[in-house]
Design a protein around this ligand. Structure first.
Ligand code: ADP
Ligand code: MG
Length: 542
């Protein structure tokens, strides 16, 4: 212990700033831990109070997850004869809309329980508190293991993710929040589970009845035509009949925080519904990019707007800011474009980022592509952006601006981009980021595991992303590290039992699949079913 802290046993007990610092840091950490433990204990007590029937069945041990919309606890239960079972208890925030909750539950009960989709055991409710009890799957932190996974493990991970996506897509569920923290992975047991249907929506022919009330194309259409307001108050207008039982079963007092309709989008739209233009978002981004980064600035418009503005648009509907990086007062006053946009920015597909109203299961495949990009490049998160247009600009630095603009046209969006950036070769990009030079197949760049927590492309560095393309391989300025270097960070390899096998010869099929997942055009993007049959998985069976 002492040795690991660099303190020798026979060190005199005199004043030592070094030791004082360690001690101070140690006690600070301990205090923090105690504080956290006390907080968790309090939360557990509160949960028992809110849903008292839980105490008849479960011993709640710990809090294992806390998000905006729920807290997840680890509990044990004696459910059947035999040993105690580990259970995950998901306590949804009491302000969640009843339909939203019921739809999440229905996804788990109908589609869950097989093919790597999490199932559900029980559900408890008292007043507006709902707790979903699921089998517990102990899992790894993606970031912790990212750079220690063997190539074969990456293949298995992706194969099992597609298995889960094929299953839910067959049920007409669009998950909308596919990312590593929602795909649990137990490396030792080779178990996987897709969780968190809290943002899920249905396809037009969804088999999940309640998803029809959460979102439907028809509703979306109605929403964009009839609703110009953003929901802000306590009353939530439902644009469709709500099953009676549900209405009676749940009571919510507070406002909806988790979107169950698509009414929270920030694009302005003309009163006639024809003219629309990005407003504040564009303004912010243009300013940010124009003044700070001098990189790419983007605008997204309906293609119809472009045509109309350029040709026969009546004077009253045109404005001065077309093709500039300003947003005029006419545009600022336009109504919002309505389209579903839930999810995590770095994982959002181009059609989500551009607020295309017709979104399909293809958006989950894009997100799976971003996960694959992380696995192949060793960087997580790969994209880090706080707003949609920055995220779009980041995608362009990888997939090319011309290609992105071209693809957006196919789904009715026009993107204006201040600078042209070429598409990158995916193999070269991943090898460089991972620290593998394709001509000399060994580690030459960043130490694996060291830089993995740095996003490959972030808001601070995205202007460099295009430079990254131009940087000749070998000049990448990461911490130099060679396999077998005795002074290198050995524990990084020991700790996670790194298996470099297979990384020296990543087959072309891997990048071909990645390319098909990151297809900018959702209509031609590979489906989960097709991905499972891709040559990359040739010797794997369902
Ligand atoms: P949220 O909607 O708050 O994101 P999730 O359903 O994604 O809720 O759960 C949050 C976290 O809780 C997950 O990232 C995971 O770490 C943990 N978790 C959720 N379900 C389970 C489960 N069945 N077994 C183990 N851990 C789980
Ligand atoms: Mg989640």
């Amino acid at each position: 212990m002492e040795a690991s802290l660099g303190i020798q046993m026979d060190e005199p007990m005199a004043f030592s700033p070094q030791r004082d610092r360690f001690q101070a840091e140690g006690s600070l950490k301990k205090n923090e831990q105690n504080f956290k433990l006390a907080g968790v204990k309090k939360d557990i007590e509160k949960l028992y109070e809110a849903v008292p029937q839980l105490s008849n069945v479960f011993k709640i041990k710990d809090k294992i997850g806390e998000g905006t919309f729920s807290s997840v606890y680890l509990a044990t239960a004696q459910l059947q004869v035999g040993p105690e079972e580990k259970i995950a208890l998901k306590h949804l925030i009491p302000t969640s809309h009843p339909i939203r909750i019921a739809a999440e539950l229905q996804c788990l009960t109908v589609a869950g329980g097989q093919d790597n989709v999490m199932g559900v055991k029980y559900c408890f409710r008292k007043n507006d508190h709902v707790v979903i009890a699921m089998p517990y799957l102990e899992h790894e932190s993606f970031l912790d293991i990212l750079n220690s996974l063997s190539f074969q493990e990456v293949r298995e991970y992706m194969f099992n993710l597609f298995k889960a996506l094929k299953r839910i897509h067959q049920f007409g569920i669009v998950h909308r929040d596919v990312k590593p923290s929602n795909f649990l992975y137990n490396r030792r047991l080779k178990k996987y589970a897709l969780v968190d249907f809290g943002l899920a929506q249905g396809t037009h022919d969804t088999k999940i009845e309640l998803l029809k009330f959460v979102q439907s194309e028809a509703q979306q259409e109605r929403c964009s035509q009839n609703k110009s307001h953003i929901i802000t108050g306590n009353k939530i207008p439902l644009s469709g009949p709500v099953p009676k039982e549900l209405d009676q079963q749940f009571t919510t007092k507070a406002s909806v925080k988790r979107p169950y309709t698509n009414a929270q989008i920030q694009i302005k739209q003309g009163k006639d519904g024809k003219l629309m233009k990005q407003s504040k978002t564009v303004d912010v981004l243009s300013r940010k990019l124009a003044t700070k980064k001098k990189a790419i600035s983007t605008k997204v418009m309906n293609s119809a707007v472009m045509r109309k503005t350029a040709s026969s648009c009546p004077a009253s509907l045109t404005c001065d800011c077309y093709a500039t990086d300003k947003v005029c007062s006419i545009c600022l006053s336009r109504r919002q474009q309505v389209a579903p946009r839930a999810g995590t920015p770095g994982f959002r597909a181009p059609e989500v980022l551009t607020k295309c109203p017709n979104q399909t299961t293809a958006i989950d495949m894009w997100s799976a592509g971003v996960i694959f990009l992380s696995l192949l490049s060793g960087r997580y998160p790969f994209y880090k952006a706080s707003d949609d247009l920055t995220a779009l600009a980041q995608i362009m630095t990888i997939r090319g601006s011309r290609e992105t603009i071209q693809a957006a046209k196919t789904f009715g969006k026009s993107i204006l981009c201040s600078k042209e950036v070429p598409a990158q070769d995916l193999r070269k990009l991943c090898e460089r980021l991972r620290g593998m030079d394709s001509s000399t197949p060994k580690l030459t760049g960043d130490i694996q595991g060291h830089a993995s927590h740095q996003p490959a492309i972030s808001e601070k560095t995205d202007h460099k992303a295009s430079c990254l393309v131009q940087t000749p391989p070998g000049q990448y300025s990461g911490n130099s590290f060679k396999k077998g270097d005795s002074n290198s960070c050995e524990h990084c390899f020991d700790e996670y039992n790194t298996n470099l096998e297979g990384w020296n010869e990543v087959p072309d099929e891997a990048y071909d699949l990645l390319d098909k997942l990151l297809d900018l055009n959702p209509a031609s993007r590979i489906t989960a079913e097709e991905a499972l049959l891709h040559p990359f998985f040739k010797d794997m069976s369902l």
